[in-house]
Ligand binder design. Structure first.
Ligand code: CTP
Ligand code: MG
Length: 180
């Protein structure tokens, strides 16, 4: 029971989890805010680029397509009916994750935090909340069928753990500047 909730939560959120990590690898080039400032501080900062956002979203959507392709054998092996992703839901999850991270940077800059500063709580949940909200708006029926209260509860617990874990690994292997 709990095992199938965890499997469903992890599977359903993979297209939202991977984009931010892909953006770290793909980042660089023109910042989204074009260097503009607001109230003496950067609107978003150099850490939010067009390339990172586009590549992150694309990787998330391609991942969802890949997960759909292997859904049957994995569901059978686990004995769990894992969700499949309609294209609009995949785009919402992946782009929503990038958007949540961008909004978090906007909030960080307004609160005086420089690029790379940590904001405990916001850093770990920004992308999930916006990703889920966008999926709810764009693919309501699919969202309600997939993200049951139990699945949502598991997501709120496993996401910060996975986020902290992957960022520490990314920092240790040298692809990320800070361990958060
Ligand atoms: N990145 C990007 N575009 C995005 C998100 C991330 O290019 N939309 C890349 C950037 O190279 C960024 C790195 O991924 O430096 C790490 O992402 P993140 O930790 O979100 O950015 P920070 O540099 O820490 O900046 P911020 O304080 O705004 O979060
Ligand atoms: Mg950061």
């Amino acid at each position: 029971m709990v095992g199938s909730l965890v499997a469903t939560a992890f599977w359903a959120m993979l297209p939202a989890y991977v984009p931010n990590n892909a953006a770290v690898l793909a980042g660089g080039g023109r910042p989204i805010d074009g260097g503009r400032t607001w109230g003496g501080r950067r609107v978003l900062g150099d850490g939010k680029t067009w390339r990172g956002t586009a590549v992150g979203t694309l990787i998330g959507v391609l991942l969802a397509v890949g997960l759909n392709a292997i859904n049957d054998p994995v569901s059978t092996a686990l004995g769990v009916t894992l969700p499949t992703f309609p294209l609009h839901a995949a785009v919402a999850l992946a782009f929503g994750a990038m958007l949540g991270d961008i909004l978090a940077s906007f909030i960080k800059r307004r609160s005086g935090r420089e690029r790379g500063a940590s904001f405990p709580g916001l850093d770990q949940l920004d992308f999930v909340v916006v990703s889920l909200l966008l999926a709810f708006v764009v693919a309501t029926d699919w969202f309600l069928a997939t993200f049951t209260p139990g699945v949502l509860a598991v997501i709120l617990i496993i996401t910060p753990i996975l986020h902290v874990g992957t960022n520490i690994i990314a920092y240790k292997i040298g692809v990320k500047n800070e361990p958060w």
